[in-house]
Design a protein around this ligand. Structure first.
Ligand code: AMP
Ligand code: GLY
Length: 424
Protein backbone atom coordinates (compact mmCIF):
# COMPACT_ATOMS: atom_id res chain seq x y z
CA UNK A 1 0.00 0.00 0.00
CA UNK A 2 0.94 3.63 -0.45
CA UNK A 3 0.41 6.14 2.33
CA UNK A 4 0.32 9.93 2.32
CA UNK A 5 1.62 11.66 5.44
CA UNK A 6 1.02 15.37 6.02
CA UNK A 7 3.63 17.43 7.90
CA UNK A 8 7.30 18.33 7.91
CA UNK A 9 8.83 17.84 11.36
CA UNK A 10 10.62 15.28 13.49
CA UNK A 11 7.26 13.77 14.43
CA UNK A 12 6.53 13.12 10.75
CA UNK A 13 9.98 11.62 10.21
CA UNK A 14 9.34 9.18 13.06
CA UNK A 15 5.85 8.31 11.75
CA UNK A 16 7.13 7.83 8.19
CA UNK A 17 10.06 5.72 9.41
CA UNK A 18 7.76 3.40 11.36
CA UNK A 19 5.18 3.13 8.57
CA UNK A 20 7.96 2.35 6.09
CA UNK A 21 9.09 -0.65 8.17
CA UNK A 22 5.84 -2.47 7.50
CA UNK A 23 6.06 -5.21 4.86
CA UNK A 24 2.64 -3.98 3.65
CA UNK A 25 3.93 -0.57 2.73
CA UNK A 26 5.27 0.13 -0.72
CA UNK A 27 5.81 3.87 -0.27
CA UNK A 28 5.14 6.74 2.14
CA UNK A 29 4.81 10.12 0.48
CA UNK A 30 5.33 13.08 2.78
CA UNK A 31 3.84 16.50 2.09
CA UNK A 32 5.70 18.77 2.47
CA UNK A 33 8.24 16.65 4.41
CA UNK A 34 11.85 17.80 4.58
CA UNK A 35 15.17 16.88 2.96
CA UNK A 36 16.20 14.64 5.86
CA UNK A 37 13.02 12.56 5.72
CA UNK A 38 13.29 12.22 1.94
CA UNK A 39 16.83 10.88 2.15
CA UNK A 40 16.39 8.67 5.22
CA UNK A 41 13.30 6.80 4.13
CA UNK A 42 14.05 7.10 0.44
CA UNK A 43 10.85 8.81 -0.50
CA UNK A 44 9.55 11.71 -2.43
CA UNK A 45 8.49 14.83 -0.60
CA UNK A 46 5.60 16.66 -2.22
CA UNK A 47 5.36 20.39 -2.66
CA UNK A 48 1.62 20.15 -3.35
CA UNK A 49 0.04 22.77 -1.17
CA UNK A 50 -3.74 22.79 -1.48
CA UNK A 51 -6.23 20.17 -0.31
CA UNK A 52 -7.41 19.97 -3.90
CA UNK A 53 -3.96 19.11 -5.27
CA UNK A 54 -3.37 16.53 -2.55
CA UNK A 55 -6.74 14.87 -3.10
CA UNK A 56 -5.94 14.60 -6.80
CA UNK A 57 -2.59 13.01 -5.87
CA UNK A 58 -4.34 10.48 -3.59
CA UNK A 59 -6.67 9.43 -6.38
CA UNK A 60 -3.87 9.24 -8.95
CA UNK A 61 -1.51 7.21 -6.73
CA UNK A 62 -4.24 5.08 -5.21
CA UNK A 63 -3.24 6.10 -1.67
CA UNK A 64 -4.57 3.62 0.91
CA UNK A 65 -4.92 6.26 3.60
CA UNK A 66 -3.69 9.69 4.65
CA UNK A 67 -2.22 10.35 8.06
CA UNK A 68 -2.02 13.91 9.42
CA UNK A 69 0.82 15.06 11.71
CA UNK A 70 0.13 18.68 12.67
CA UNK A 71 -2.95 20.45 14.03
CA UNK A 72 -3.34 23.24 11.50
CA UNK A 73 -4.66 21.16 8.55
CA UNK A 74 -6.95 19.31 10.99
CA UNK A 75 -8.40 22.55 12.31
CA UNK A 76 -8.91 23.66 8.70
CA UNK A 77 -11.00 20.59 7.96
CA UNK A 78 -8.65 18.30 6.02
CA UNK A 79 -10.55 15.25 7.33
CA UNK A 80 -13.92 16.64 6.25
CA UNK A 81 -12.47 17.44 2.81
CA UNK A 82 -10.98 13.93 2.32
CA UNK A 83 -14.17 12.21 3.47
CA UNK A 84 -16.22 14.29 1.04
CA UNK A 85 -13.84 13.09 -1.66
CA UNK A 86 -14.33 9.46 -0.55
CA UNK A 87 -10.73 9.11 0.67
CA UNK A 88 -9.67 7.33 3.90
CA UNK A 89 -7.89 9.64 6.36
CA UNK A 90 -6.99 9.22 10.03
CA UNK A 91 -7.64 12.31 12.11
CA UNK A 92 -10.49 14.29 13.69
CA UNK A 93 -12.95 16.40 11.73
CA UNK A 94 -12.70 20.16 11.96
CA UNK A 95 -15.50 20.10 14.53
CA UNK A 96 -13.86 17.45 16.72
CA UNK A 97 -10.46 19.15 16.36
CA UNK A 98 -11.90 22.05 18.37
CA UNK A 99 -10.75 20.11 21.44
CA UNK A 100 -7.36 21.56 20.48
CA UNK A 101 -8.20 24.56 18.30
CA UNK A 102 -10.38 26.27 20.92
CA UNK A 103 -9.41 26.14 24.59
CA UNK A 104 -12.85 27.58 25.43
CA UNK A 105 -14.53 24.71 23.54
CA UNK A 106 -12.35 22.17 25.34
CA UNK A 107 -12.93 23.66 28.79
CA UNK A 108 -16.70 23.96 28.33
CA UNK A 109 -16.79 20.37 27.06
CA UNK A 110 -14.84 19.14 30.10
CA UNK A 111 -17.21 20.99 32.44
CA UNK A 112 -20.27 19.44 30.75
CA UNK A 113 -18.80 15.97 31.17
CA UNK A 114 -17.20 16.32 34.57
CA UNK A 115 -13.69 15.75 33.28
CA UNK A 116 -11.08 16.92 35.80
CA UNK A 117 -9.34 20.15 34.74
CA UNK A 118 -8.47 23.51 36.28
CA UNK A 119 -11.33 25.90 37.11
CA UNK A 120 -11.58 28.63 34.47
CA UNK A 121 -13.41 31.52 32.88
CA UNK A 122 -13.34 32.87 29.35
CA UNK A 123 -13.03 36.58 28.53
CA UNK A 124 -13.15 38.87 25.51
CA UNK A 125 -13.17 42.06 27.56
CA UNK A 126 -9.85 43.09 29.10
CA UNK A 127 -11.29 44.95 32.11
CA UNK A 128 -13.40 41.99 33.23
CA UNK A 129 -10.35 39.74 32.80
CA UNK A 130 -8.21 42.12 34.93
CA UNK A 131 -10.88 42.14 37.63
CA UNK A 132 -11.03 38.33 37.63
CA UNK A 133 -7.25 38.05 38.00
CA UNK A 134 -7.22 40.57 40.86
CA UNK A 135 -9.89 38.57 42.59
CA UNK A 136 -8.19 35.16 42.01
CA UNK A 137 -4.58 36.14 42.70
CA UNK A 138 -1.46 34.36 41.44
CA UNK A 139 -0.13 32.00 40.25
CA UNK A 140 -2.68 31.95 37.46
CA UNK A 141 -2.61 30.83 33.84
CA UNK A 142 -3.61 32.99 30.87
CA UNK A 143 -4.26 31.18 27.58
CA UNK A 144 -5.11 32.39 24.10
CA UNK A 145 -8.25 30.55 22.98
CA UNK A 146 -6.97 29.61 19.52
CA UNK A 147 -3.96 27.84 18.03
CA UNK A 148 -0.74 29.66 18.85
CA UNK A 149 1.99 27.07 18.15
CA UNK A 150 2.75 26.61 21.85
CA UNK A 151 3.17 30.35 22.43
CA UNK A 152 -0.30 31.17 23.68
CA UNK A 153 0.12 30.22 27.34
CA UNK A 154 1.46 32.45 30.11
CA UNK A 155 1.91 30.94 33.55
CA UNK A 156 1.85 34.18 35.55
CA UNK A 157 3.67 34.25 38.85
CA UNK A 158 2.93 37.91 39.49
CA UNK A 159 -0.16 40.08 38.96
CA UNK A 160 1.91 42.33 36.66
CA UNK A 161 2.68 39.36 34.41
CA UNK A 162 -0.96 38.30 34.37
CA UNK A 163 -2.23 41.78 33.52
CA UNK A 164 0.44 42.20 30.84
CA UNK A 165 -0.57 38.88 29.23
CA UNK A 166 -4.23 39.95 29.18
CA UNK A 167 -3.36 43.29 27.59
CA UNK A 168 -1.06 41.64 25.04
CA UNK A 169 -3.79 39.24 23.93
CA UNK A 170 -7.00 41.25 24.28
CA UNK A 171 -5.80 44.81 23.63
CA UNK A 172 -2.58 44.68 21.60
CA UNK A 173 -3.78 41.68 19.61
CA UNK A 174 -0.34 40.04 19.94
CA UNK A 175 -1.73 36.60 19.06
CA UNK A 176 -4.09 37.83 16.34
CA UNK A 177 -7.47 36.09 16.22
CA UNK A 178 -6.18 33.26 18.42
CA UNK A 179 -5.97 35.71 21.33
CA UNK A 180 -9.25 37.54 20.76
CA UNK A 181 -10.65 35.35 23.53
CA UNK A 182 -8.66 34.26 26.54
CA UNK A 183 -9.17 31.44 28.97
CA UNK A 184 -7.95 32.19 32.49
CA UNK A 185 -7.52 29.15 34.67
CA UNK A 186 -6.21 28.06 38.04
CA UNK A 187 -2.59 26.99 38.31
CA UNK A 188 -2.28 23.23 38.72
CA UNK A 189 0.46 21.68 40.82
CA UNK A 190 2.05 18.35 40.01
CA UNK A 191 4.03 16.58 37.33
CA UNK A 192 3.11 16.59 33.65
CA UNK A 193 2.74 13.62 31.34
CA UNK A 194 1.53 13.11 27.79
CA UNK A 195 -1.14 10.46 27.35
CA UNK A 196 -1.87 9.73 23.69
CA UNK A 197 -4.53 7.34 22.41
CA UNK A 198 -5.87 6.24 19.02
CA UNK A 199 -9.63 6.59 18.66
CA UNK A 200 -12.04 5.28 16.01
CA UNK A 201 -15.06 7.28 17.16
CA UNK A 202 -15.92 4.77 19.85
CA UNK A 203 -13.04 2.44 20.76
CA UNK A 204 -9.74 3.55 22.25
CA UNK A 205 -6.25 2.12 21.94
CA UNK A 206 -3.84 3.80 24.38
CA UNK A 207 -0.26 4.29 23.18
CA UNK A 208 2.76 4.24 25.49
CA UNK A 209 2.93 7.16 27.91
CA UNK A 210 5.58 9.85 27.56
CA UNK A 211 6.83 13.05 29.07
CA UNK A 212 7.77 16.21 27.22
CA UNK A 213 10.22 18.94 28.31
CA UNK A 214 8.47 22.15 27.30
CA UNK A 215 10.85 24.73 28.73
CA UNK A 216 13.92 25.82 26.79
CA UNK A 217 16.53 25.37 29.51
CA UNK A 218 17.68 22.76 32.02
CA UNK A 219 15.68 22.44 35.25
CA UNK A 220 12.53 23.61 33.43
CA UNK A 221 13.78 27.19 33.21
CA UNK A 222 13.32 29.69 30.41
CA UNK A 223 10.45 30.18 27.97
CA UNK A 224 8.04 27.50 26.75
CA UNK A 225 8.91 25.81 23.46
CA UNK A 226 7.25 23.18 21.29
CA UNK A 227 9.25 20.64 23.32
CA UNK A 228 12.99 20.18 23.84
CA UNK A 229 13.00 16.44 24.48
CA UNK A 230 10.85 13.55 25.61
CA UNK A 231 11.01 10.08 27.00
CA UNK A 232 8.72 7.08 27.03
CA UNK A 233 7.33 5.57 29.18
CA UNK A 234 6.65 8.20 31.86
CA UNK A 235 7.16 6.48 35.24
CA UNK A 236 4.65 8.86 36.82
CA UNK A 237 1.96 7.07 34.80
CA UNK A 238 1.79 3.99 37.02
CA UNK A 239 -0.81 1.30 36.21
CA UNK A 240 -3.13 2.95 38.76
CA UNK A 241 -2.70 6.40 37.20
CA UNK A 242 -3.18 4.87 33.74
CA UNK A 243 -6.51 3.40 34.82
CA UNK A 244 -7.66 6.69 36.33
CA UNK A 245 -6.73 8.59 33.16
CA UNK A 246 -8.74 6.12 31.07
CA UNK A 247 -11.75 6.13 33.41
CA UNK A 248 -11.85 9.80 34.38
CA UNK A 249 -10.59 11.49 31.22
CA UNK A 250 -10.22 9.48 28.02
CA UNK A 251 -13.39 7.35 28.05
CA UNK A 252 -15.71 10.18 29.18
CA UNK A 253 -14.22 12.40 26.47
CA UNK A 254 -14.82 9.87 23.68
CA UNK A 255 -18.30 9.06 24.97
CA UNK A 256 -19.14 12.76 25.39
CA UNK A 257 -17.97 13.68 21.90
CA UNK A 258 -20.06 10.87 20.43
CA UNK A 259 -23.14 11.82 22.46
CA UNK A 260 -22.84 15.41 21.29
CA UNK A 261 -22.92 14.28 17.67
CA UNK A 262 -19.25 15.07 17.25
CA UNK A 263 -17.46 11.70 17.38
CA UNK A 264 -13.69 11.86 17.74
CA UNK A 265 -11.47 9.92 15.35
CA UNK A 266 -7.68 10.21 15.26
CA UNK A 267 -4.97 10.61 17.85
CA UNK A 268 -6.16 12.24 21.04
CA UNK A 269 -3.39 13.66 23.18
CA UNK A 270 -4.26 14.56 26.76
CA UNK A 271 -1.63 16.80 28.32
CA UNK A 272 -1.96 15.90 32.00
CA UNK A 273 -0.99 17.28 35.35
CA UNK A 274 -0.79 14.49 37.91
CA UNK A 275 -1.00 15.66 41.49
CA UNK A 276 0.71 14.24 44.56
CA UNK A 277 -2.17 11.79 45.11
CA UNK A 278 -1.98 10.44 41.57
CA UNK A 279 -5.11 12.31 40.47
CA UNK A 280 -4.91 13.35 36.80
CA UNK A 281 -6.13 16.73 35.46
CA UNK A 282 -6.28 17.85 31.83
CA UNK A 283 -3.94 20.76 31.07
CA UNK A 284 -4.78 20.66 27.39
CA UNK A 285 -6.07 18.41 24.64
CA UNK A 286 -4.30 18.05 21.33
CA UNK A 287 -5.95 16.30 18.42
CA UNK A 288 -2.73 14.78 17.05
CA UNK A 289 0.44 13.14 18.24
CA UNK A 290 3.01 15.22 20.12
CA UNK A 291 6.33 16.45 18.83
CA UNK A 292 8.82 15.35 20.21
CA UNK A 293 6.85 12.65 22.12
CA UNK A 294 6.22 10.74 18.89
CA UNK A 295 9.94 10.16 18.33
CA UNK A 296 10.57 8.02 21.46
CA UNK A 297 7.09 6.44 21.18
CA UNK A 298 7.70 5.28 17.60
CA UNK A 299 11.14 4.04 18.61
CA UNK A 300 9.39 1.65 21.03
CA UNK A 301 6.46 0.60 18.84
CA UNK A 302 6.79 -3.04 17.76
CA UNK A 303 3.35 -3.63 16.24
CA UNK A 304 2.67 -3.12 12.55
CA UNK A 305 1.74 0.59 12.57
CA UNK A 306 -0.34 0.71 9.36
CA UNK A 307 -2.43 -2.21 10.63
CA UNK A 308 -3.33 -0.19 13.73
CA UNK A 309 -4.43 2.72 11.55
CA UNK A 310 -6.44 0.41 9.31
CA UNK A 311 -8.19 -0.96 12.41
CA UNK A 312 -9.00 2.60 13.47
CA UNK A 313 -10.32 3.45 10.01
CA UNK A 314 -12.64 0.43 10.03
CA UNK A 315 -13.93 1.15 13.54
CA UNK A 316 -12.36 -1.98 15.00
CA UNK A 317 -9.70 -0.70 17.39
CA UNK A 318 -11.32 -2.94 20.02
CA UNK A 319 -9.99 -5.99 18.12
CA UNK A 320 -6.29 -5.05 18.11
CA UNK A 321 -3.56 -4.76 20.71
CA UNK A 322 -0.26 -2.99 20.59
CA UNK A 323 3.23 -4.27 21.46
CA UNK A 324 5.98 -2.09 22.88
CA UNK A 325 9.68 -2.55 23.29
CA UNK A 326 9.94 -2.75 27.10
CA UNK A 327 13.12 -0.65 26.97
CA UNK A 328 12.67 3.07 27.60
CA UNK A 329 13.50 5.58 24.86
CA UNK A 330 14.84 9.11 25.28
CA UNK A 331 14.79 11.87 22.64
CA UNK A 332 16.88 15.05 22.73
CA UNK A 333 15.99 18.01 20.49
CA UNK A 334 18.78 20.06 18.93
CA UNK A 335 17.53 23.59 18.26
CA UNK A 336 18.76 26.43 16.08
CA UNK A 337 20.13 29.83 17.09
CA UNK A 338 17.31 32.00 18.36
CA UNK A 339 14.74 29.25 19.03
CA UNK A 340 11.97 29.58 20.34
CA UNK A 341 11.95 33.12 18.97
CA UNK A 342 13.16 34.30 15.55
CA UNK A 343 15.55 31.58 14.32
CA UNK A 344 18.58 31.81 12.08
CA UNK A 345 18.51 29.45 9.11
CA UNK A 346 21.14 28.12 6.74
CA UNK A 347 23.78 26.90 9.23
CA UNK A 348 25.62 23.83 7.89
CA UNK A 349 24.90 20.65 9.85
CA UNK A 350 27.92 18.41 10.49
CA UNK A 351 28.28 14.94 11.95
CA UNK A 352 24.93 13.38 11.17
CA UNK A 353 26.55 10.69 8.98
CA UNK A 354 28.40 8.95 11.80
CA UNK A 355 25.83 9.35 14.54
CA UNK A 356 23.78 6.20 14.05
CA UNK A 357 25.55 3.68 16.26
CA UNK A 358 23.60 4.22 19.45
CA UNK A 359 20.25 5.39 18.17
CA UNK A 360 18.52 7.39 15.48
CA UNK A 361 18.30 10.95 14.28
CA UNK A 362 14.93 12.32 13.26
CA UNK A 363 15.11 15.34 10.95
CA UNK A 364 12.91 18.39 11.44
CA UNK A 365 14.01 21.92 10.47
CA UNK A 366 16.43 20.77 7.79
CA UNK A 367 16.91 21.42 4.10
CA UNK A 368 19.49 20.35 1.59
CA UNK A 369 21.76 22.88 -0.10
CA UNK A 370 24.26 21.58 -2.67
CA UNK A 371 23.94 18.10 -1.22
CA UNK A 372 24.54 19.19 2.40
CA UNK A 373 22.04 19.54 5.20
CA UNK A 374 21.57 23.05 6.58
CA UNK A 375 19.27 24.32 9.32
CA UNK A 376 15.84 25.48 8.18
CA UNK A 377 13.72 25.83 11.32
CA UNK A 378 13.69 26.09 15.10
CA UNK A 379 13.85 22.46 16.11
CA UNK A 380 16.42 20.98 13.75
CA UNK A 381 17.07 17.38 14.81
CA UNK A 382 15.96 14.96 17.48
CA UNK A 383 18.35 12.23 18.65
CA UNK A 384 16.54 9.20 20.04
CA UNK A 385 17.91 6.07 21.66
CA UNK A 386 16.73 3.04 23.58
CA UNK A 387 18.45 1.65 26.65
CA UNK A 388 17.96 -1.12 29.18
CA UNK A 389 17.35 1.56 31.77
CA UNK A 390 16.31 5.19 31.50
CA UNK A 391 19.86 6.15 32.47
CA UNK A 392 21.26 4.06 29.63
CA UNK A 393 18.73 5.41 27.13
CA UNK A 394 19.68 8.93 28.16
CA UNK A 395 23.38 8.15 27.81
CA UNK A 396 22.84 6.62 24.38
CA UNK A 397 20.74 9.54 23.17
CA UNK A 398 23.47 12.00 24.16
CA UNK A 399 26.04 9.80 22.38
CA UNK A 400 23.99 10.31 19.21
CA UNK A 401 24.08 14.07 19.83
CA UNK A 402 27.85 14.15 20.48
CA UNK A 403 29.26 14.22 16.93
CA UNK A 404 26.61 16.62 15.65
CA UNK A 405 27.36 20.28 15.23
CA UNK A 406 25.91 23.38 13.63
CA UNK A 407 26.55 27.01 14.52
CA UNK A 408 24.06 28.19 17.13
CA UNK A 409 23.07 24.63 18.09
CA UNK A 410 21.65 24.32 21.60
CA UNK A 411 19.96 21.54 23.54
CA UNK A 412 19.05 20.59 27.09
CA UNK A 413 21.40 18.26 28.91
CA UNK A 414 18.88 17.04 31.49
CA UNK A 415 16.30 15.20 29.38
CA UNK A 416 14.85 12.29 31.41
CA UNK A 417 16.40 13.40 34.70
CA UNK A 418 12.94 13.70 36.23
CA UNK A 419 12.27 10.05 35.41
CA UNK A 420 15.66 9.15 36.89
CA UNK A 421 14.97 10.91 40.16
CA UNK A 422 11.53 9.30 40.35
CA UNK A 423 13.08 5.84 39.88
CA UNK A 424 15.65 6.66 42.56
P1 AMP B 1 -0.49 24.20 27.05
O1 AMP B 1 -0.08 24.81 25.73
O2 AMP B 1 -1.91 24.45 27.43
O3 AMP B 1 -0.05 22.77 27.17
O4 AMP B 1 0.41 24.93 28.14
C1 AMP B 1 1.80 24.95 28.04
C2 AMP B 1 2.40 24.62 29.36
O5 AMP B 1 2.03 25.58 30.33
C3 AMP B 1 1.96 23.30 29.93
O6 AMP B 1 2.68 22.22 29.44
C4 AMP B 1 2.21 23.51 31.41
O7 AMP B 1 3.58 23.34 31.71
C5 AMP B 1 1.86 24.95 31.60
N1 AMP B 1 0.46 25.06 32.02
C6 AMP B 1 -0.63 25.24 31.24
N2 AMP B 1 -1.75 25.27 31.97
C7 AMP B 1 -1.39 25.12 33.25
C8 AMP B 1 -2.09 25.08 34.50
N3 AMP B 1 -3.42 25.25 34.57
N4 AMP B 1 -1.37 24.91 35.61
C9 AMP B 1 -0.04 24.77 35.59
N5 AMP B 1 0.70 24.81 34.46
C10 AMP B 1 0.04 24.98 33.29
N1 GLY C 1 5.21 18.42 22.60
C1 GLY C 1 3.99 19.06 22.81
C2 GLY C 1 3.07 19.05 21.68
O1 GLY C 1 3.29 18.37 20.69
O2 GLY C 1 2.06 19.73 21.73
Amino acid sequence: MKILLIGSGGREHALAWKLRQSPKVEQVFVAPGNAGIAKEINTETLSLATFEELVEFCHKEDIAFTLVGPEVPLSRGIVNYWRDAGLPIFGPTKEAAQLESSKDFAKAFMMRHNIPTAKYQTFTDAQTAHDYVNQQGVPIVIKADGLAAGKGVVVAESLEQAHAAIDAMLIDNAMGDAGARVVIEDFLQGEEASFIVMVDGENVLPLASSQDHKRLLNDDKGPNTGGMGAYSPAPIVTPEVHQRVMDEIILPTIKGMKEEGNPFTGFLYAGLMIDANGAPFVVEFNCRMGDPETQPIMMRLQSDFPSLIEAALSGSLNTVSVEWDPRPAVGVVMAAEGYPNEVRKGDAIHGVEDAHDFGKIFYAGVKSTLGHFVTNGGRVLCAVALGNTIAEAKENAYKVVEPIHFDGMHFRTDIADKALSRKA
